[in-house]
Design a protein around this ligand. Sequence first.
Ligand code: FES
Ligand code: FES
Length: 164
Amino acid sequence: MSELSVNLQINGTAVARTVSPETLLVDFLREDLALTGTHQGCDTAQCGACTVLVDGAAAKSCNLLVAQVNGAAVTTIEGLAPADGGLHPMQQAFGKHHGLQCGYCTPGMVMRAVAMDGEGVPAEPAAVRCALSGNLCRCTGYHGIVNAVCEGLQQMRSLKVAVA
Ligand code: FES
Ligand code: FES
């Protein structure tokens, strides 16, 4: 099968590559661009470990071909923190509320949580639990994660933090 040329914005940087048509976005990020903060869990769009933002919306990158997002802006966990070396408010909230243990699910959880801001998800536990239903954690339990997302959303809204 012939190769495809793709042009994307990845974490604010223009990226042009040639890929095979069946290349998944998660493999492109991890293997072609060495952005290994995006994790692979189930590879069947169930666990959410591979969640990134595509034009600001949460998307499971194991369920998308690069060809489907050609021309889009993709943000991974590596592109979330400000350039000055600090942490994004959502990352700070996960640390404060112990919203992680092994960390495997964490990049996907954080990216899903950041997208909730633009979706208008209320910063309260029931709404956050519902919105997180596509992201699975095997070890922390969800209490700390939900508390972190609620505080992270409150902080994003009070600080008016833009999603890349
Ligand atoms: S690896 Fe993509 S949803 Fe599990
Ligand atoms: S922190 Fe280990 S899977 Fe969620």
